[in-house]
Design a protein. Structure first.
Ligand SMILES: NC(=O)c1ccc[n+]([C@@H]2O[C@H](COP(=O)([O-])OP(=O)(O)OC[C@H]3O[C@@H](n4cnc5c(N)ncnc54)[C@H](O)[C@@H]3O)[C@@H](O)[C@H]2O)c1
Length: 206
């Protein structure tokens, strides 16, 4: 098997595929033969991704991943076959300590970074179990390991991602499903991205 066909015949969901790590993941999977279901809240970004992958089998689902209709649309796009789920969409929190944290930022960060991956995992599990070797990758962060990498909301959310991932691995490993947290190293970002980070959907992340 070559790198070109490592994912041949596999169907993989990638959230946050319009930018950054999600886009890079989607491109690599397509190059290695995967059938992709890519999702993002920004339609233009998905259109651009699809255009950049002529010949690849790419389905796009535009929507906010915190909206259950988006989760349903992603699940429907699988058409009964799923081998992998990459929960990559995520937002930052403006590095706010808890004393300065407003409820809206907390709720939004938790919904995007934790609740949405949980719902997508729940929706994907039946097909992942059926595939016999399903895989879930949840993007964590340095902030999942220590308290000094981001604000309170993002730090709490990424710690929660680790807990969700560990529990999923424990509960569904016996049925052939792997769940893995992934901690990217920090990618270069501009100071503008950092300062606007808590205004989704364009928010950058740690
Ligand atoms: N970039 C880093 O250095 C870094 C480091 C550690 C962890 N991470 C994590 O990696 C993931 C991706 O980070 P990135 O830097 O590539 O981010 P990014 O901002 O470049 O891309 C995130 C994508 O997710 C989409 N998105 C955001 N909220 C959404 C929502 N509610 N519904 C649907 N789509 C939504 C955005 O439109 C965007 O296209 C995040 O979970 C982040 O926390 C990033």
């Amino acid at each position: 098997m070559t790198a070109e066909d490592r994912f041949a015949g596999k169907t993989i969901i990638v959230t946050g595929a319009g930018s950054g790590i999600g886009r890079a993941t989607a491109v690599r999977l397509a190059e290695e033969g995967a059938r992709l279901i890519v999702s993002d809240v920004v339609a233009d970004r998905l259109d651009d991704l699809k255009t950049s992958l002529p010949g690849a089998d790419v389905r796009t689902v535009v929507g906010d991943v915190t909206d259950s209709r988006t989760v349903d649309a992603i699940a429907d796009a699988c058409e009964g076959r799923l081998d992998g789920l990459a929960n990559i969409a995520g937002i930052m929190d403006g590095f706010l300590p808890v004393g300065e944290l407003d409820d809206e930022t907390w709720d939004r960060v938790i919904r995007v970074n934790v609740t949405a991956p949980m719902r997508l995992t729940r929706a994907a599990l039946p097909l992942l179990i059926e595939s016999g070797s399903g895989s879930i990758v949840n993007v964590a962060s340095e902030a999942a390991l220590r308290g000094s990498a981001a604000g309170a909301a993002y730090t709490a959310s990424k710690h929660a991602v680790i807990g969700l991932t560990k529990n999923t691995a424990f509960m569904y490993g016996p049925q052939g499903v792997r769940a893995t947290p992934w901690r990217p190293v920090r990618s270069p970002r501009t100071s503008k991205q950092r300062s606007s980070a808590n205004s989704p959907p364009a928010g950058s992340s740690l």
